[in-house]
Design a protein around this ligand. Structure first.
Ligand SMILES: Cc1cc2nc3c(=O)[nH]c(=O)nc-3n(C[C@H](O)[C@H](O)[C@H](O)COP(=O)(O)OP(=O)(O)OC[C@H]3O[C@@H](n4cnc5c(N)ncnc54)[C@H](O)[C@@H]3O)c2cc1C
Length: 388
């Protein structure tokens, strides 16, 4: 997104992506109203809506027959009052194709960054390795932006200090087949039972299933065995009972360790980190993609002109962090709250879980009931694209 925005401003951008394609399993697939409004401002919404998607208007927690809505997007005053479920690979291909329309944009796939180019303490670019040729390539730049996600190499190379949080869970992801008669456009469905929590994501050809476990409990899950996991999934989602055997071995799934942290400083001379590289976001609420897109928009708003005019200074990098740090902290605090109140509540409950009474009451109070939907939709507040 940042590369696209900068390219629109006429800034020369080289985007390096470690993988050969964007087709990776188990990435978030949500595009929230804030991101839709940004795409709207860029004139891209109609094209995005032509890609295969589902629209989710409510996030609900279902326990047995009981269903509690905790975020109702249909009540938002937005032209896009829903969360768009769109496979992320599809969305990234789309953004890359849009950026390629600008001659000053260059995308290099399969370019894994290995080193920073540094001179007199200033980052001047990066070196990446071509796995086929084994050759090291160098890209020099006035500004290097690290958006390399939650295992950011650039963060480590830059030696930036981290303040870590500790979400109480991990997620075991796997796929189950879709069958005729399954609900169309089901979006995301959360199910909880005694001490168990499941999320089902509709990927049109298959269901992506996230089985949420207490942090560090994967060994226990494996010890209990696949048949026990299949039984548990079938109990939470009886409509999938006939196909849980499609999960044939542990290797067909993948354990995603859930993290959450934040850099104390997001920049060094010549270098800025954004998105998960600057602040790892837990999957709770599906907000991380939104936040990363908002980072990109604010960064482009602040940096595009000085980059184009050759007047970029540390002041501009500090300004990006200043504008994005408070909303990031707020979202992480809200996620922390939800993790303690809901996720820990579900995972430790002996009974079939229901949202705590106080929370259910709060969710009926007019001024409060829209807060979760607003937070998921916009983060702490919305951001606007500044045009040239
Ligand atoms: C299990 C799980 C589920 C989630 N579900 C959701 C969800 O439903 N909705 C949501 O909004 N958020 C979700 N999140 C959070 C979300 O995935 C992240 O917050 C978001 O993807 C951050 O975007 P990003 O661009 O900063 O990083 P990423 O999306 O991680 O992108 C980083 C990119 O950098 C590339 N890269 C990495 N290293 C290098 C290198 N050395 N050189 C070159 N390229 C490199 C990677 O290949 C990748 O393409 C989830 C997180 C987890 C762990």
């Amino acid at each position: 997104m940042l590369a696209l925005l900068l390219a629109r401003w006429g800034v020369g951008v080289t985007l390096l992506e470690a993988h050969k394609d964007f087709d990776r399993e188990f990435r978030g697939n949500t595009i929230n109203p804030s991101a839709m409004e940004i795409l709207g401002r860029l004139g891209l919404v109609e094209k995005v809506l032509k890609l295969r998607h589902a629209k989710v208007r409510r996030f609900t927690v279902q326990a047995g027959e009981r269903r509690d809505t905790f975020a109702d997007f249909s009540r938002l005053k937005s032209p896009y009052p829903y969360v768009l479920m769109l496979p992320q690979a599809c969305f990234l291909r789309f953004l890359a194709a849009e950026a390629k329309r600008y001659p000053n944009f260059r995308l290099v796939m399969g370019a894994r960054v290995k080193e920073l180019v540094q001179e007199d303490g200033v980052v001047r670019g990066v070196r990446w390795r071509d796995p086929k040729e084994g050759l090291i390539h160098e890209v020099r730049a006035r500004l290097t932006v690290g958006t390399d996600g939650r295992f950011s190499r650039l963060r480590k190379l830059a030696g930036l200090e981290v303040a870590a949080g500790s979400p109480p869970m991990d997620v075991f992801w796997f796929n189950l087949p879709r069958e005729e008669g399954d609900p169309e456009d089901a979006g995301a469905v959360f199910r909880c039972g005694r001490g168990r929590l499941l999320v089902l994501m509709d990927h049109f050809e298959y269901w992506q299933v996230g089985y949420i476990i207490p942090k560090g409990h994967y060994a226990r899950l494996k010890e209990a065995g696949l048949p026990a996991l299949r039984r548990s999934v079938a109990a939470l989602a009886p409509e999938l009972a006939g196909r849980v055997s499609a999960l044939g071995e542990w290797g067909e799934g993948s354990l995603l360790s859930v993290g959450s942290d934040r850099l104390r400083r997001w920049h060094r001379p010549g270098l800025l980190l954004l998105g998960d590289a600057a602040h790892v976001i837990s999957p709770v609420g599906g907000i991380g993609i939104n936040l990363a897109i908002q980072d990109a928009v604010v960064a482009a708003n602040v940096l595009a002109k000085p980059l184009r005019n050759g007047h970029l200074s540390g002041r501009h990098l500090r300004s990006v962090q200043r504008r994005r740090e408070a909303p990031t902290r707020l979202v992480q605090a809200a996620q922390d709250f939800a993790q303690r109140w809901v996720v820990v509540g579900v995972l430790s409950s002996e009974e079939a879980y229901r949202l705590p009474l106080l929370l259910r009451i709060l969710l009926r109070v007019p001024v409060l009931r829209d807060l979760p939907a607003r937070l998921i939709a916009y983060g702490a507040w919305s951001v606007r694209v500044v045009e040239d």
